[in-house]
Design a protein around this ligand. Structure first.
Ligand code: SAH
Length: 245
């Protein structure tokens, strides 16, 4: 065998030896291209001075949930920017800081069952699914509810239950809840939601007309509900009947 043929054969064997490794590499998903952007979001936005998000579990959950998987494909590049984004049907996914702030104030515990009103993209529900035992979430726009349900399933959030309907009435069959988070703004706090909160339960809810809203923390104890205004905010209005016939 000539030297040239020997070299050529050796080269082919080397290629053969490489093949299984190459095939294996193709099966392993590429590293998350948004990991650095998500880390920056946590380190530079959520924990910026004055933003008052301190719960380590909340920050860890926000550092884990792939927000880019829940925004429209053409907006993925902005998924971790310090702003809300449109998600279709005239609705938005909240700014990451607002999600972090509201979740922090909800004080989620691993054993909690939580109700969310306003599923939207499903992002807030995905963050909660990392932090509590079960999440029940209601969205009034049916196509959004169905899309969020499919996306949450794809992301493996098996402890989230999505319902299409008017969240004003809550989810009586699954009540009472340890905590309730509302991500659309009613004119006043819906009484059915107060009724579906456990004793000692917390509710975080924006209330008021479009350009004059405040975020409130409600704490239920006995027949009393302590109400504290915590931040001026801008949320989409709660639609549906708001309890009116
Ligand atoms: N939490 C969402 C952001 C939601 S934006 C997220 O993480 O992406 C507010 C959502 O509340 C919108 O999708 C809107 O359709 C929904 N909404 C408004 N009124 C509602 C109602 N009465 N019941 C349930 N959802 C409502």
């Amino acid at each position: 065998m000539s030297r040239a043929v020997r070299i050529c054969l050796a080269f082919q064997f080397a290629l053969l030896a490489l093949q299984p490794a190459a095939a294996l590499a193709a099966d392993i998903p590429a590293a998350d291209p948004f990991a650095a952007a998500r880390k920056r979001m946590v380190e530079q936005q959520l924990t910026a001075p004055g933003r008052d998000v301190t719960n380590r579990r909340v920050l860890a959950a926000m550092g884990k949930v792939p927000r880019h998987e829940l925004v429209p494909a053409e907006l993925r590049g902005l998924a971790y920017a310090d702003q809300p984004l449109f998600i279709g049907h005239g609705q938005t996914i909240s700014q990451p800081f607002i999600v972090a702030f509201m979740t922090d104030k909800l004080n989620p515990k691993p054993t909690d069952r939580v109700l969310e009103i306003g599923t939207g993209s499903g992002y807030q529900a995905a963050v909660l699914s990392e932090l509590v035992a079960q999440v029940y979430t209601i969205e009034i726009i049916e196509p959004l509810a169905h899309r969020a349900e499919a996306d949450l399933k794809r992301l493996g959030c098996t402890n989230v239950f999505v319902r299409a309907g008017d969240g004003y009435k809550g989810w009586p069959e699954a009540a009472p809840f340890d905590a309730i988070i509302v991500t659309c703004a009613p004119d006043r706090v819906p009484q059915p939601l107060v009724d579906q909160l456990k004793q000692g339960g917390r509710m975080v809810i924006p209330v008021g007309p479009l350009y004059d809203q405040n975020l409130y923390l409600l704490e239920k104890s006995g027949s009393k509900v302590k109400r504290t205004a915590i931040l001026p905010v801008l949320f989409v209005p709660m639609t549906g009947g708001q309890g009116k016939p």
